[in-house]
Ligand binder design. Structure first.
Ligand SMILES: [Cu+2]
Length: 117
């Protein structure tokens, strides 16, 4: 079996399968996006996920073995204007930090706890 059966990666990542079984397997895309061919024990196969999408695959020798690679789109690069506005000055705090006193409720004992009898 493929483990894990489903994996999510980002565009540009490479997924590598390795066959740790004593019997041969393949990693074969349902749509022909990739096909490892027969992989014997210890062999590996890598697929670079250049395009976002969902890629179902199976083992050509054991068609009940199935898996999915979900490729998410890479985050868009920041616009040039946004980069110009992100100056070091804007990122610094405006002044000294002010410590907030603890809320009084948390400092007092629960009501009735210190009452005598
Ligand atoms: Cu197989």
């Amino acid at each position: 079996m493929f483990a894990p059966p489903a994996i999510t990666v980002a565009e540009g990542d490479t997924v590598t399968w390795s066959n740790s079984d004593p019997v041969p397997h393949t990693v074969t895309s349902d749509t022909g996006a990739f096909d490892s061919g027969v992989m014997n024990n210890g062999q590996t196969f890598g697929f670079t996920c250049a395009t976002a999408g969902s890629y179902s695959y199976f083992c050509d020798l054991h068609p009940t073995m199935i898996g999915t690679v979900v490729v998410t789109a890479a985050a868009p690069a920041p616009a040039p204007e946004a980069q110009r506005l992100a100056t070091p000055e804007a990122a610094q705090p405006a002044g000294p930090e002010i410590e907030q006193p603890a809320a009084p409720e948390t400092e007092q004992p629960a009501e009735g706890e210190s009452a005598g009898y």
